[in-house]
Design a protein around this ligand. Sequence first.
Ligand code: CIR
Length: 262
Amino acid sequence: MPIAITREVSPSLAVCELSFVERTPIDIARATAQHREYQRVLRELACEVQVLPAQIDMPDSVFVEDVAIVLDEVAVMTRPGAESRRVEGASVAEVLQRYRTLRAIDAPGTLDGGDVLCIGRRVYVGESARSNPAGIAQLRAILVECGYSVTSIPTRGCLHLKSAVTALDDDTVLLQPRWVDRAPFAGYRIIEVDADEEHAANVLRIGAALVLPACFPRTRRRLLDAGYAVSAVDVSELQKAEGAVTCCSLVFSREPTCRAVR
Ligand code: CIR
């Protein structure tokens, strides 16, 4: 059973960081209800959902994906690109250290988990406003030790690499061609998002199942037609905070396959 670490919506979510989305009012009660429904869907997909308490002084802390990268061998605590988010990692690290050896990205490196896409033994890292070359180099050094290849990929016009591309299985990616080039993913089958659903490339993969925001029915149709099982969740209030579905959890298997080498 995979573990999914989540954190309750902060009452201060409305003052979140925003980069490519205009600020509009966020209904916190609705965001909380949507987040609970998201957690329910994860449980339905056989995840053991762990819930950290809300942090009033950390507006973006519901987006736990950005503070850590959890692989079978190691968990890497990031140093988020937005300074306001650098306090979020400590309580997540407390939970993760029960399951994995922890490593960390140090200054001057910055890295957001939303920029890190793992497909099998391949790791793709977005060169974004949040993840800098020093952070990417540190991640590369840690993961190469564990036997992963690490490829950095420029993004444009979006917050993170995983805003632009996510994996549907180990051979297929879902991609928004406006925000990332297809070329680095030429070895995969590429499904593009529907042209009218700009933000639809961020899909959460739990085993063979996929979770997609409910507001992208056309892309969902494409995925269903390609044979995937897709659960739709309404995350409209979290999307106003520039969040999506991968960012609200850290999903990993309980048992590491081997220990990190140092
Ligand atoms: C931020 O700008 O950091 C948050 N408002 C949204 C983070 C979303 N994270 C993600 O998609 N991995």
